[in-house]
Design a protein around this ligand. Structure first.
Ligand SMILES: Nc1ncnc2c1ncn2[C@@H]1O[C@H](COP(=O)(O)OP(=O)(O)O)[C@@H](O)[C@H]1O
Ligand SMILES: [Mg+2]
Length: 154
């Protein structure tokens, strides 16, 4: 599925709707839900996570975790029992530097929803199946092309 977004606000809305639909489906997998985000600097990955978090009922302000690698958020509502992990793998120069063990532990918990910016950098740590969202610049300054797909690595 490919969607064209013409503004930051529209990207927020697209992500919010995507999150709400995921919640509504309540995936009954035994593993965490992993969403990889791919695209150039400024293409809208962090912007997407902001809208996604809002869709899950998270009230915190979402900022880029580039320098600290990961932030964890929980929704205020007690009815929703999961935590959102927002990772930025940009600074992970070599995959071996990244704690694969820690990531494996993270993805083995079905209560985790994990969004990873620069997902290409941690290919080896990814589960067999995950969402991949690719961001590209469109024509105008505020146009972004957002592609959704499900990747099955087997
Ligand atoms: N249609 C759009 N979708 C997302 N961001 C947009 C759009 N148009 C303009 N922007 C701006 O582009 C920048 C995207 O930055 P960010 O989401 O941090 O990108 P990334 O995390 O991919 O580096 C923000 O300043 C945002 O306001
Ligand atoms: Mg970012």
């Amino acid at each position: 599925m490919i969607i064209k977004s013409k503004s930051t606000r529209i990207t927020h809305k697209i992500a919010e709707k995507f999150a709400k639909e995921l919640l509504a489906h309540e995936p009954k997998t035994k593993k965490a839900l992993v969403i990889g985000l791919k695209g150039e600097l400024g293409s809208g990955k962090t912007t997407f996570v902001q809208g996604f978090a809002k869709g899950l009922g998270i009230k915190n302000k979402i900022v880029s975790p580039t320098f600290i690698i990961m932030r964890i958020y929980r929704p205020q509502s007690k009815k929703i029992n999961f935590s959102l992990h927002h990772l930025d793998a940009y600074r992970i120069e070599k995959q071996k530097e990244f704690s694969l063990l820690y990531f494996k532990q993270m993805i083995s918990d079905p209560k985790n929803i994990i969004l990873v910016e620069w997902v290409d950098k941690i290919k080896r740590a990814l589960p067999k199946e995950f969402f991949l969202i690719t961001f590209n610049y469109g024509k105008g300054k505020n146009e972004r092309i957002i592609k959704f797909k499900i990747v099955k690595s087997l």
